[in-house]
Write a protein that binds this ligand. Structure first.
Ligand code: FAD
Length: 458
């Protein structure tokens, strides 16, 4: 039963701002990262405390409207906004406490990775996260989280020590290996299905300056470079990480003008060992003669934020993902074909290595089920112009159709659009039924359903 009259009551109840459709800041408050998403919530609650979160949850439940939870707002399908419902916006909850002696960091649920990297880098420490620093800690962590540190230190969830969670009934619990271990298991990959994570505690590792940057080749070299990369990357020590991309070279100073707006294939590298050893580790890359070599030493947060400027909030995004054991020659041929057809300058395909430490965790140890694969692929059609939305979507879907037959079956949950229950099940493989049991315990009425949804078992 929907009772929208209940909702405005929240204005006097929570310590944070409440934004309603008639308020001046409404359009800005409802906007998420992906401009393809245009939803009109009944209310946006900017929460400052777990009590605010519980009050917003209660208001949404009483009114009988859907409830969306927003961390950094980067979800492709726009799960941080919902038509006619309550948005719990965690962005004011962004405090970060580093314990350098214990090598841990406690991060509130609405922080972004750029904030975390800046705080931990002061101590030359870091934890694995994604490759764009404006991404939210909340969504990235709960889905799994992979990036430059993952071959050496695992997924983001492999470094999660504890989470404070507001459950569907408004109670607040801590989940860890010892407290609510079933919830802790499900949070590590199961997305926002189980509650609102108001803080996370992560393990940190020594990471200071890294030797990093892109090497690029003309798009006509895609077959040769990808075939080489597929074999080279998994054979390397975990100190070396590189993700493969097909792309259009942006017209920025980093690249010589002759390359601007040329289609290309590239690998973005990050060497975590002693910088003095990087030349030797990267020698095989130089052997295949990149047309552009932008590798240099930089503070880790500089690498983490290197692509932020290229992908600001407000572009149109459509994406599809898959996991791969390897990239057979027929799949390489498909990549070469779709690289030639990149529809816009911002559109790209990334193939991220997730072997090494990620593979050392058991398939049932966390909700993340694909511990036996080598690569996580994302195809993203991106453009500022809504008139190109159909074209970027079509290219993405056609590209995905061409490579999916060579995949391991499922995709990283954070690289999926709204693709239906079969795809959610494919993501979790044999862990789905256990997740559905945990969901039945902690959220039996599916209050948290604006996500890649796991249906309660009972
Ligand atoms: C440009 C770009 C680059 C990316 N690169 C990477 C990458 O390198 N590696 C990688 O692993 N992923 C990457 N991602 C994917 C990213 O992990 C997901 O988009 C993720 O969902 C973003 O989290 P968010 O908090 O910003 O998003 P939101 O849209 O706020 O949330 C996403 C989902 O998580 C839920 N959620 C968020 N915070 C909380 C919380 N505190 N408690 C409970 N539920 C919550 C939401 O309800 C929603 O279902 C990238 C995304 C983008 C847009």
């Amino acid at each position: 039963m929907t009772n929208l009259a209940e909702i405005p009551d929240l204005k006097g109840t929570i310590s944070g701002e409440v934004v309603l459709p008639d308020d001046a800041g409404y359009d800005e408050a409802r906007a998420v990262y992906n401009a393809m998403i245009d939803r009109r919530p009944a209310l946006i609650a900017r929460c400052h405390t777990p009590a605010d979160v519980a009050a917003a949850l209660e208001a949404g439940r009483r009114a009988g409207v859907p409830i969306a939870v927003r961390g950094g707002g980067h979800s492709g399908p726009g799960f941080g906004a919902v038509d006619g419902g309550v948005v719990i916006d965690l962005s004011p909850m962004n405090a970060i406490e580093v314990d350098a002696a214990r090598r841990t960091v406690r991060v509130q649920g609405g922080a972004t990775w750029g904030m975390v990297d800046a705080a931990t880098h002061e101590h030359r420490l870091a934890t694995p996260a994604g490759v764009i620093s404006t991404t939210g800690v909340g969504g990235l962590t709960l889905g799994g989280g992979h990036g430059y540190l993952s071959r050496k230190y695992g997924l983001t969830i492999d470094n999660l020590l504890a989470a404070e969670v507001v459950l569907a009934d408004g109670s607040v619990v801590t989940a860890s290996e010892t407290d609510h271990p079933d919830l802790f298991w499900a949070l590590r990959g199961g997305g926002g299905n189980f509650g609102v994570a108001t803080s996370f505690t992560f393990k940190l590792h020594p990471v200071g300056n890294v030797v990093c940057g892109p090497t690029a080749w003309p798009v006509s070299a895609t077959t040769d470079v990808l075939s080489w990369f597929r074999d080279f990357m998994p054979a390397q020590d975990a100190d070396l990480y590189g993700f493969f991309a097909v792309m259009t070279v942006p017209p920025v100073d980093t690249f010589p003008e002759a390359f601007h707006l040329q289609k290309a294939c590239a690998v973005v590298w990050c060497y975590l060992g002693d910088p003095a050893d990087a030349t030797e580790a990267l020698a095989p890359v130089r052997d295949i003669e990149p047309a552009f070599d932008g590798i240099g030493e930089a503070p880790y947060p500089a690498l983490q934020s290197a692509f932020d400027g290229l992908y600001p909030k407000g572009l149109q995004w459509y994406w599809r993902g898959d996991f791969f054991q390897t990239v057979p020659n027929d799949a390489v041929a498909a990549h070469a074909r779709f690289a030639e057809q990149l529809p816009t300058m911002f559109s790209t395909m990334h193939l991220y290595p997730i072997d090494g430490a990620v593979n050392q965790v058991g398939e049932q140890d966390t909700a993340w089920a694909y511990r036996d694969v080598t690569f996580s692929q994302v195809i993203v059609g991106v453009d500022p112009d809504p008139a190109n939305a159909a074209a970027i979507k079509q290219w993405t879907v056609d590209y995905w159709d061409a490579t999916h037959p060579y995949s391991a079956g499922g995709a990283y949950v954070n690289f999926m659009m709204d693709e239906g229950q079969d795809r959610v099940r494919a993501t979790y493989r044999g862990n789905y039924d256990r997740l559905a049991e945990v969901k039945a315990t902690y959220d039996p009425h599916n209050v948290f359903r604006i996500n890649q949804n796991i249906h309660p078992a009972r």
